[in-house]
Design a protein around this ligand. Structure first.
Ligand code: PLP
Length: 396
């Protein structure tokens, strides 16, 4: 949703160089190739720009999205690397999967026959991955039915089984030293279930960011899979955030300065009462932009590298910031809601904690009306990377 020139000074700055650097670090922890998870607009960071930058930097071997639509968007933006479509709804999209050379990560055997038929119609052989439920209890073929599913894929001349993967439920919370943890049990189920296929040229994959970040060392060491599927760590968040660079800055400006008298209240519900004459700044960003309303009363904003309290209830379109203790403030001064300002920084993690939500929800929640501005790209004007023909959909 862009109506034209940006008038409001509120924006999300995405540092593409930091995404690339994060991908290098994550790959070194994983010890294998990476398929970058860029679903949900790269967790709010801009999927096309992020994917183009990673493709150009050659730090990943493919991308993973949830929706077929997301895969098509990447193809239309010039992404030629393999794209794994992980989501549950591929129904009626078989022809599109084939046409756009997307690689389905199938979790339901009912999709095998119609996909094979669409591939046959297009005279193509489509590479697919099967998703195994090792304990997530959500998507995936159950262990007892894996052999049958593999046989079904093998039985189709128009399908080629490229890999088998699974997804971990507790990599972010399990204790890596607990050899009885859910994560370790899932890894074992995966190893046992895929053992009969170990002699085949299949790519096995299971690790998300926190599995890479937290289970890459003994005793719960991650087996060396063909590739890992990190999402959140690429954007500088997740359990090893302190070693990564947060790639997103949420920025606005002071548009008004006012004085609130002692005893006056600020914003909805009159929950904040001035205990002293208070100088406040009005900043045009609110919960409709993704600043969680639930963090009202706890959140801060950086002004002049100083953490200033956001006072009163966060409104749909604006916040009120107490700037009484800032030596000098003026209309037009930069206000940072997420990210760095000089030496000071607000982490996605801080806002997540204040609002009682996950880091994923903080960045995915930055709404469409906040323009994304891309900085740190290795190619000037990275958003204008020329579309090129799709080389291959296989070998994710
Ligand atoms: C199947 C699958 N793999 C990998 C990921 C990436 O997870 P993370 O962002 O925690 O690295 C996700 C994200 O939810 C996912 O659904």
């Amino acid at each position: 949703m862009q109506w034209g020139p940006t008038i409001r000074p509120t924006r999300a700055e995405i540092n593409l160089l930091s995404v690339v650097e994060n991908s290098r670090l994550v790959a070194s922890w994983a010890g294998c190739d990476l398929v970058a998870v860029v679903k949900a607009d790269a967790y709010g960071h801009g999927a096309c720009e992020v994917a183009k930058e990673l493709q150009m930097a050659q730090t990943v071997v493919g991308f993973a999205v949830s929706l077929v639509e997301e895969g098509i968007e990447l193809r239309n933006a010039g992404i030629t690397l393999p794209i794994l479509v992980m989501g549950p709804s591929v129904s009626d999209a078989y022809a599109a999967l084939v046409e756009f050379k997307l690689t389905p990560f199938l979790s339901d055997t009912r999709h095998i026959a119609p996909l094979a038929a669409a591939a046959k119609t297009a005279s193509q052989v489509v590479g697919i991955h099967l998703k195994l439920d090792t304990g997530m209890g959500r998507l995936g073929i159950v262990v007892d039915e894996l052999a049958q599913a593999v046989a079904q894929v093998d039985g189709s001349a128009n399908l080629h089984l490229e890999g088998i993967g699974s997804h971990l439920a507790c990599a972010d919370v399990d204790d890596p030293s607990d050899v009885d943890s859910k994560t370790v049990r899932q890894l074992q189920v995966f190893r046992d279930a895929t053992a009969p296929f170990a002699g085949r040229e299949l790519k096995f994959h299971i690790a998300n960011s926190d599995a890479i970040a937290r289970f890459s060392a003994p005793p719960s060491e991650l087996p060396k899979f063909a590739f890992a599927r990190p999402g959140i760590a690429l954007y500088g968040n997740g359990s090893r955030r302190s070693e990564l660079a947060q790639s997103l800055r949420l920025v606005s400006e002071i548009t008004q300065l006012r004085l609130v008298s002692e005893g006056e209240t600020v914003s909805y519900g009159a929950r904040w009462v001035a205990q002293r004459p208070t100088r406040v700044a009005i900043v045009p960003i609110g919960y409709a932009d993704g600043l969680p309303r639930r963090s009202s009363g706890q959140a801060t904003a950086l002004i002049g590298q100083k953490a200033c309290e956001i006072i009163g209830t966060i409104s749909m379109d604006m916040i009120v910031v107490d700037v009484s203790d800032c030596a000098e403030v003026a209309i037009g001064d930069e206000v940072v809601l997420l990210g760095r300002q000089g030496q000071a920084q607000i982490r996605v993690w801080d806002v997540a904690k204040q609002a009682g939500i996950s880091e994923y929800e903080v960045t995915c929640g930055i709404s469409k009306r906040v323009p994304r501005v891309f900085v740190g790209s290795s190619s000037v004007g990275s958003s204008s990377v020329e579309s090129s023909s799709v080389e291959s959909s296989s070998d994710v």
